[in-house]
Structures are given as structure tokens and as C-alpha cells.
Design a binder for this molecule. Structure first.
Ligand SMILES: [Ca+2]
Length: 258
């Protein structure tokens, strides 16, 4: 395809990621003055707003100066998987923006990573541990994975990928992360333009002076793919023979309620 918006701009490789890192002004416009429909600057008071499954739980963070209520997808045991879905369903025929702060940490080497997932299986959806990152088997679904463990089908232990239909063995788009996904907190942003039928994924390290990078683009008609106008949104995570504590510190979604 000759279009600069070919279906998988960052299919893989550091060069693609670096080339895209200067193009951060290309995000589809959203009505950013809209109040978030999902709004967790911390997860204080969020227990009724999130359906949690498997290893996922809301806990008080430790090690911070000010302890905060956070979403812990895996608490650092072997072969765990966890998921958490907002009770607010999202209208995926409309544009949306999901922003979240991630911290994957505690053991070395870490495993396996987390994913931001849009799915229509239901609020009890929970996928497999290990390389399944807690979303394997959830379908219909779209997963944006932050993968910190190199399975046989993976390019590295520090990559992002777009995966459809709950099958992590097949990545629609994959890219080496320009920032370390493990050991340091980072911010991520997933933007879906319904008009352009385009999904974009951004990451940003938290150290002073770091810039946000556009790392993945995926053309997708999301409502058609998940088979419904209304979808559950949330996170999954897993461990395997390697393990990590895998935490979401904040999460907001701007978009339309289903
Ligand atoms: Ca992996």
C-alpha cells in the first residue's frame, strides 16, 4: 500500500518506532473538554466501578511517599492472570481516548506484561496466564499489549503489539518500545478515531524532559470487529514462570457511554 496510513504502520522494528516518535501531532481530534466517562486519577472508591477477575485487585500501593489506591493485575505470584473491566460500557462506534499510568516491577526478569483490552465477551472475561497476558482466549476483542517477556513468537522482551481475537500468537502490529516497559512507571494513551477507523498507541516515560511517542497505528472498524456498538474496556495481565507485580495507577477514558 502506498498510503501513509497503511493498516499497520509500526509492524515492527525500532526504525519505525523512531520515525513515528516525531509525529505526535497526528492524533485524531477528540472533544477533549468532554468529561471523562471513566475517571480514576487513583482507584480510590473504584471498587463498585470495576469488575475484577482472577488475580486482579484494588490495593494500597507500597513504597510511595503517599500511598494510593491502585489496580494490581498480578500481585507477583507464578502463573497468575487477572482482569478488570469498567462497569461503564463504551460506545465503540464513537471516538475515544484512554489514558493510563502503568508500573510493572518487583522481580527480575519480569513477566509477562499487561494489556488494554476492548471486548464484548463480558465482565467476567479472563484469559490465560503466561504469554497470554490475561487476554488469551477473550473474543471478540482488541488488545494493546505491553509485553515484557519474550515468548517464542515475540520479537523481544520490551515490545508493544495490537492483537485481535484473543490470540497473542498472531500480532496485527508489533513494535519495539522506545521506552523501558519494565522497572519504571510510564504513561500510555490509546486513541481511537471512529471517523478514520484508526487506532493509535502512544507511550511516554515519566522522567523530566521525556516526550510522548506514537508507536503503533492500526486501521480497524472497532464496532464491526467486536460485533457490537457497546463494549467492555479494561485491563488484563499475567505472570508465568517469570513474575511481576503489575499495576495501573490511574485510568481515564474520554468517549461516549454505550
Ligand atoms: Ca510475551
Amino acid at each position: 500500500m502506498s498510503s501513509s496510513r497503511s493498516s499497520k504502520v509500526a509492524r515492527g522494528g525500532l526504525i519505525a518506532a523512531l520515525a513515528l516518535s516525531i509525529a505526535t501531532s497526528g492524533a485524531p481530534a477528540l472533544a477533549t473538554d468532554d468529561d471523562p466517562i471513566i475517571d480514576h486519577p487513583t482507584f480510590k472508591g473504584a471498587s463498585d466501578d470495576l469488575d475484577r477477575n482472577g488475580a486482579a485487585d484494588l490495593i494500597l500501593s507500597s513504597g510511595d511517599k503517599a500511598r494510593k489506591k491502585i489496580l494490581r493485575l498480578t500481585p507477583g505470584g507464578y502463573r497468575q492472570s487477572g482482569s478488570a473491566w469498567s462497569t461503564t460500557k463504551l460506545d465503540v462506534t464513537r471516538s475515544f481516548e484512554s489514558k493510563f499510568k502503568v508500573y510493572l516491577h518487583h522481580f527480575r526478569p519480569g513477566a509477562d506484561g499487561i494489556a488494554f483490552v476492548v471486548q464484548t465477551e463480558g465482565p467476567r472475561a479472563l484469559g490465560g496466564w503466561g504469554g497470554g497476558i490475561g487476554y488469551r482466549g477473550i473474543k471478540p476483542s482488541l488488545a494493546v499489549e505491553f509485553d515484557i517477556y519474550q515468548n517464542s513468537y515475540d520479537s523481544s522482551r520490551n515490545h508493544l503489539a495490537v492483537v485481535l481475537g484473543g490470540n497473542p500468537d498472531h500480532q496485527e502490529a508489533v513494535v519495539e518500545s522506545p521506552i523501558s516497559l519494565y522497572g519504571k512507571p510510564f504513561n500510555a494513551r490509546v486513541v481511537y478515531s471512529a471517523d478514520e477507523q484508526l487506532l493509535q498507541v502512544y507511550v511516554k516515560a515519566l522522567n523530566a524532559g521525556s516526550r510522548e511517542s506514537l508507536v503503533l497505528e492500526q486501521e480497524i472498524d472497532l464496532a464491526r470487529h467486536v460485533g457490537s456498538d457497546a463494549a467492555w474496556v479494561g485491563f488484563t495481565g499475567s505472570t508465568g514462570i517469570g513474575l511481576s507485580k503489575q499495576d495501573i495507577y490511574s485510568w481515564t477514558v474520554q468517549g461516549s457511554r454505550a
